[in-house]
Design a protein around this ligand. Structure first.
Ligand SMILES: [Mg+2]
Length: 434
């Protein structure tokens, strides 16, 4: 392993992304404090705020009421996840006019490879991307850009002078500006690690850079400490691809949706979305977990195990059984949030029919799988959930299964909505006949 001697990575992290997309699309918001909320409700919380609102003291997770106290002129917009995903794809297309995107880290963070470029070329491509984004996407949605020897350092650079960072951490200048970065701002150093570092007498970046790789591993208690240390030193680390282990969707509930019967309807939709993703990625699942949070914020969960499955019918049956067990056991009257997770994933080769499965049940399972594959195909072809099992209620806040979570950008199909009513009833009848 050798230290890089030149710039290898360009990292782009957009500033206050959701809020700036809203500003870009609605010129009346420009120059004003804007907060994006999870739902269109006075009881919702901020999931993003523009820099003007930030300066006034607004922060993520703040309730609408608190945000208004901090910043009386704030304008709220409910999150439009599909619009942000569209913008994400337009941004990728614009960046790729100059450099191909090596990895999408989240809806507003991407990494590009600079291998083979001279230093002057690196700066030139970075400036070109910035200019292209301003021209093609708009000037409200501003990028922060970092250039460095590896992804971690480039990301730190992009964060360093936000908004509109343009920071080059050249290996030649090591450690340079890096020394002033507080440890808590380093991605991968969270609460627990900060405590362990402090116990080891490491309070600043220079302290951390001065220890050995072995010492870093010992503090973390695993190889992650050594990896992070090596990246801070300017080594390039290629991480093994993480293996997917689950597909899950959650939902905060409000109003009548907190009733168990309505929560079950919502869980049914979340389970359908998770099952579609299991199939789309070529998996079978052998476990399903349902968890709930009640009105007193107590959490409950039930996990069920079954032979490898990929059809909606089986997942819905397991989900209903898990949910009824939770309700029977704890008799909650109102639920704050629900979560369903499909896990215990395996791929086709690993699926063997149980020796005791009868030919009839094997055939029935195959039929159910064929129906689900057909529904996925039709739904993805027509860009809408034409075929569903059972009714599809409108859930407040929308975007069931299409919320933007850290590290996952939803696909177009995640936003599939129902076609107009006449087609909807015909489609539902079709699925019932099947
Ligand atoms: Mg960002």
């Amino acid at each position: 392993m050798e230290r890089e001697t030149s710039l290898q990575t360009l990292y782009i992290d957009f500033d206050a992304f959701f809020a700036t997309v809203e500003k870009q699309l609605d010129p009346t918001l420009v120059g004003k404090p804007v907060g994006v909320t999870a739902m269109d409700s006075e009881y919702s919380a901020l999931i993003a705020q523009c820099y003007i609102a930030k300066t006034m003291g607004c922060s993520r997770q703040m309730r609408v009421k608190e945000a208004r106290e901090a910043c009386p002129d704030i304008i709220f917009r409910p999150a439009r996840h599909d619009v942000y995903v569209d913008m994400h794809h337009r941004i990728i297309a614009t960046v790729e006019k100059t450099l191909s995107v090596k990895k999408v880290w989240s809806i507003d963070e991407v990494e590009c490879d600079l291998n083979g470029f001279t230093e002057a070329q690196c700066l030139e491509v970075a400036q070109k991307i910035k200019a292209d984004l301003a021209r093609d996407i708009g000037t409200e949605i501003s990028p922060s850009i970092g250039l460095a020897a590896n992804q971690l350092l480039a990301k730190i650079g992009a964060e360093m002078e936000k908004p509109q960072s343009f920071v080059v951490l050249h290996p030649r200048d090591f450690p340079g500006k890096l020394v002033s970065v507080p440890l808590k701002n380093v991605p991968g150093i969270a609460g627990g690690n900060i405590v362990r570092l402090r116990r080891a007498g490491i309070n600043t970046m220079p302290d951390l850079l001065a220890i050995s790789a072995k010492h870093a591993r010992a503090i973390w208690g695993n190889v992650e400490g050594e990896r992070l240390w090596a990246q801070l030193q300017g080594y390039r680390i290629e991480r093994p691809e993480t293996k997917r282990s689950m597909f899950g969707h959650s939902r905060n509930l409000s109003g009548e949706w907190q009733r168990p019967d309505k929560a079950l309807e919502c869980l049914r939709l979340l389970t359908t979305k998770a099952a579609r993703r299991v199939r789309a990625d070529g998996f079978w699942a052998q476990k399903l977990t349902v968890s709930l949070k009640d009105e007193h914020k107590r959490k409950y969960r039930v996990e069920r195990q079954f032979p490898p499955t990929r059809d909606d019918f089986a997942f819905q049956r397991e989900m209903s059984a898990a949910f009824r067990e939770l309700i029977a056991r704890n008799s909650q009257r109102r639920l704050r949030s629900i979560y369903v997770m499909l896990h215990g994933l395996c791929q086709q080769g690993a699926v063997n029919d149980d020796l005791f499965t009868s030919a009839a049940s094997h055939e029935a399972r195959q039929k159910r799988e064929t129906v689900c594959d057909l529904m996925d195909k039709v739904n993805s072809q027509y860009g809408a959930a034409y075929l569903n099992i059972g009714p599809q209620p409108d859930i407040p806040g929308g975007y069931v299964g299409g919320k933007i979570a850290f590290g996952r950008v939803p696909t177009k199909e995640d936003f599939a909505t129902l076609p107009p009513h006449p087609q909807r009833s015909r489609a539902t009848n079709m699925s019932q006949k099947i």
